[in-house]
Design a protein around this ligand. Structure first.
Ligand code: BGC
Length: 912
């Protein structure tokens, strides 16, 4: 029987499926392979790219034919053909030669469209309501009313009627806003994205979206209609209420370009210009932090369709574009990804209802009402309930997250769409009658990033933790990785992002998302080379802004993580300049190789129960040495051998300075905090001879804290990996399973459905932590997710490799777990592992996609007796890190399903 050839599937360009806008220098191709049997791999590939799409048809043949290329690479292969034409559509396909020598059929074609020329591709002008801004009535709500009243004005409505005289072959709408936009063509919403165009530093780059609107146009009369909102550009963001409306600009504006190609090849352009009309409608204000207010009686009925009389509307205010680059959105769109029905609805009998959705989430509520016109419905949102059972909102600080609707018909659907609320509970006032469960729906809104991870184990609470980690990501990955979705902050802190980045990759396919954010990081970098603490950067009170240890270092750690997880070398090339400038900045300011100067607004080991006890210079110097080691690896893979040697030399100088300043001959690290040991071990700063004793001291420090962790954002992601890789897997489990505060399990058992900002966000003894900083949806402590996948499930890569081509499958069973199984959908396809232990047996099962090789290391009390499912003995024996009587049976396998069974590890007897 012959083996069928491998088939290329899941074609992506720039990590997106058929993107309608890609920068020409980011056109790079990836695919996965499907096929049956064992040990299947790709020997060679061929890619063909052909101009397509709009007439006149191009008959000049492919723009690029790679010819057969002998390589197993299937990710991030850069386009290398003729110059790509801006705005043009191309199709591409791939075929592969596999291990049997067979050639696959050509894949189904995929497509991409090249972005417009960043400055010369646009013929539109910025338009808005001009000077005649209507002032909203200050909402009757507590808080800084002056600032709110100054900023919150009605959402501009803009429309333009036009005629289409001939049949349409092909039409694209290119659109963006300073602020947020929602576009409609002939009354139908364009696209399914929300909060477009997303957040960037609008003074440096503005993203736009491209839509295929061929099917929305009609021959004859047409109307394009757009609603604008203040968004990040002109609304509240961050915690400096006084500056709302002043971060970038005061009022939102639109830039739109509709390009219609007729069947006869002629083109028609409809662009934003002075021919548009403007007015206002039902949306009296719309703000990301504050919420929305709609007065439905004020909606100009039919304005979004042809035939509406707009003679009473004002001409739009219009200004010419400046040179700010307009860039096709490289990230995934923000969408409604799930709808959740209430778990309970309680009425207080006085026209107020409290709704529990059972899950802390980011999004908004959709309400169906059937009652008299003129009803006034107000919805407040909160993450938790106060002790008396009422909605707790103190931790929102000045963010109101309140929506209000005044109805005008008898049966209406009320829903905001230019705001975001972090909530599990909603308090509804003024609902006419009693809402049923079908009348209230929570829409979950975030960057729509495909799931990559699945985790299940014999411990229910741990499964909930894994879900909470993912919900933390979903609640905060909104155009950028924000810190929290509810209070007056919602900023792109670099420290949080770097400690969580690898966990994020294991949970979801964040390649395109982080590619976009790394451009923001680059835009925010100072001329000195210091990376800012925030990206996009904002000038906020109390924040000095750049260079903070563990924050600025994200500028190296996150690109390196993208390379590691996705094999993305393009991202390294794009950011080499910025990373080099950062390294130069550190060396220039700290000539003695201890990082003691220019620590900016040092946050040290932020929110660790022991954060004040770790010297800030220790954490800073550790991160510097780590950056230097990663830079050496980056220089290697980008082919710069001299730089690699230079960074290795730098890394050893910083390491020596670290050891001289902080490490004793007995392995004692400075203050003896857990963080000090975790960083020294994880970042490989210690001489070999003291590693074991430093690891023992880490364990002693944990014991000294009565088997609790004391690490904060600077070290938390590395705590369990440092323990497991120094032979203390059982201590890692002990921290994982710790039930009392501070611990992960404590949060879960206290009812958390997301990750909390603080270990003690709420305790039975003290109640809530200070409302000034107590978010219940911050992802940083969720960085333990990396350990769940890499160590517990054992889905890892051989050291020094990237992109999951050479796997290291080394499970770390332990604690009270009897079994665990999971999948990571890598760039090469899904990798699944699962283990189960009984009193005397241990079984490990792996399922691997084509085109990978794996070392499987099965822990066992008698490793020589472990067998694979064909009865083969191990290829060799190894040793399980640090464990005295546990050896590893080592097997080498390729694609397919493999199962290994052998005598169990000796029971640790759980000393606790
Ligand atoms: C944010 C954190 C952030 C920190 C920096 C906090 O307000 O919520 O996530 O990293 O500030 O100090």
């Amino acid at each position: 029987m012959t083996t069928p050839p491998l088939t290329p599937t899941t074609l992506r360009c720039g990590y997106l499926v058929n993107p309608l806008g890609v920068a020409p220098d980011r056109v790079a191709f990836s695919w996965m392979l499907e096929g049956t049997g064992h040990d299947r791999y790709q020997r060679a590939y061929q890619i063909q790219v052909t101009p397509a799409g709009q007439p006149p048809a191009d008959s000049s043949g492919p723009a690029w034919d790679s010819g057969p290329v002998t390589s197993s690479c299937s990710t991030d292969i850069p386009y290398a053909g003729a110059v790509l034409t801006a705005g043009r559509q191309y199709t591409w396909k791939v075929r592969v030669w596999d291990d049997t020598g067979s050639i696959s059929a050509w894949s189904d074609p995929a497509a991409f469209e090249v972005e417009l020329g960043r400055t010369d591709g646009w013929h539109a002008s910025w338009i808005g309501q001009g000077r005649a801004q209507e002032r909203a009535t200050p909402p009757d709500l507590p808080g800084p009313v002056d600032a709110v009243a100054r900023t919150l004005t009605p959402a501009p409505y803009l429309r333009r009627a036009f005629r289409v005289g001939k049949p349409v072959a092909f039409a694209r709408l290119y659109v963006t806003a300073l602020g947020l936009y929602e576009a409609l063509l002939n009354g139908r919403r364009v696209g399914d994205g929300f909060l477009t165009p997303g957040w960037t530093d609008y003074t440096r780059r503005i993203l736009y979206q491209t839509y295929d609107v061929t099917g929305l146009l009609a021959e004859g009369d047409n109307v394009i209609a757009v609603i604008l909102a203040h968004g990040w550009y002109a609304g509240f963001v961050g915690f400096d209420a006084k500056r709302a409306g002043a971060h970038y600009g005061a009022a939102p504006e639109l830039l739109a370009q509709l390009v219609i190609t007729h069947c006869d090849g002629s083109r028609q352009w409809v662009v934003s210009d002075e021919q548009w009309k403007s007015s206002a409608g039902a949306i009296r204000h719309a703000d990301l932090l504050m919420g929305e207010r709609h007065d439905l009686a004020l909606e100009p009925r039919g304005w979004e369709r042809p035939g509406f009389d707009d003679s009473g509307w004002r001409p739009a205010g219009c200004r010419e574009r400046d040179g700010t680059p307009l860039v096709a959105d490289p990230g995934p769109p923000i969408r409604v990804t799930q709808e959740i029905a209430p778990r309970s609805i309680a009425s207080n009998g006085h026209g107020q209802h409290l709704v529990d959705f059972g899950q802390n989430l980011t999004g908004w509520l959709r309400i169906r009402i059937d009652g008299p016109a003129g009803a006034h419905v107000r919805i407040r949102h909160g993450e938790v309930l106060a002790a008396d059972g009422s909605l707790y909102t103190e931790n929102l600080r000045t963010a109101r997250q309140t929506d209000e609707f005044t109805t005008c018909g008898s049966s209406e659907v009320l829903e905001p769409r230019f705001t975001l609320h972090g909530f599990r509970y909603a308090e509804i006032t003024g609902y006419p009658g009693e809402p049923g469960p079908g009348d209230l729906t929570a829409s979950v809104v975030h960057s729509d990033i495909a799931g990559a991870g699945a985790f299940k184990s014999s411990e229910k609470w741990l499964n909930r933790l894994a879900e909470n980690i993912d919900w933390g990501l979903r609640g905060n990955f909104i155009s950028i990785p924000t810190d929290c979705p509810q209070r007056d902050e919602r900023l792109g802190w670099l420290g949080d992002a770097q400690v969580f980045a690898r966990t994020a990759c294991y949970n979801r396919d964040v390649a395109a998302f982080f590619a976009k954010w790394l451009d923001d990081v680059s835009d925010a970098q100072l001329n000195s080379g210091a990376f800012a603490d925030l990206a996009p950067r904002l000038d906020l009170r109390n924040i000095r802004g750049a260079g903070a240890p563990a924050w600025g270092d994200a500028g190296v750690i996150v690109p390196w993580t993208m390379w590691k997880m996705y094999g993305d070398i393009g991202v390294l090339h794009r950011h080499l300049g910025g990373m080099t400038a950062w390294m130069d900045f550190l060396e220039r300011t700290n000539p003695d190789y201890l990082r003691t100067r220019e620590l900016g607004n040092s946050y040290n080991d932020w929110l660790g129960p022991g954060d004040d006890d770790t010297p800030p210079e220790l954490l800073a110097t550790a991160y510097w040495a780590y950056d230097a080691a990663l830079m050496a690896e980056i220089a290697d893979v980008t082919g710069r051998a001299d730089d690699a040697a230079g960074y290795r030399a730098l890394s050893s100088k910083v390491r020596s300075a670290f050891n001289d300043a902080f490490v004793g001959a007995d392995g004692q690290v400075a203050s003896g905090t857990q963080t000090a040991y975790v960083l020294a071990l994880h970042m490989d700063l210690l001489p070999d001879e003291v590693r074991a004793s430093a690891a023992d001291r880490l364990v002693a420090a944990i014991q000294g804290a009565d088997w609790h962790l004391t690490t904060g954002y600077g070290a938390i992601g590395h705590l369990l990996p440092a323990l497991s890789s120094t032979g203390h897997a059982e201590i890692a489990y002990r921290l994982l399973e710790q039930k009392s505060v501070p611990s992960w399990r404590y949060m879960v058992e206290a009812g958390a459905t997301t990750m909390w900002e603080r270990w003690d966000g709420w305790t039975a003894e003290r109640g809530f932590q200070s409302p000034w900083m107590n978010s219940f949806n911050h992802y940083a402590f969720g960085s333990v997710g990396e350990w769940l996948y890499r160590f517990l499930l054992g889905i890892d890569q051989e050291p020094g490799t990237a992109g999951f081509g050479q796997l290291l499958l080394r499970p770390h069973p332990g604690g009270s777990l009897i079994w665990a199984r999971g999948t990571y959908r890598s760039v090469r396809g899904p990798i699944s592992t699962g283990w189960r232990r009984s009193d005397d047996r241990f079984t490990f099962r792996v399922e691997l996609p084509p085109n990978v090789s794996a070392s499987v290391r099965v822990p066992s009390g008698q490793a020589a007796e472990v067998r694979d499912n064909a009865g083969h003995p191990p290829a060799s024996l190894g040793s399980f890190p640090g464990a005295r009587d546990v050896r590893e049976a080592v097997f080498h396998v390729g694609s397919g399903v493999h199962e290994f069974t052998g005598p169990a590890m000796p029971d640790s007897g759980h000393p606790w």
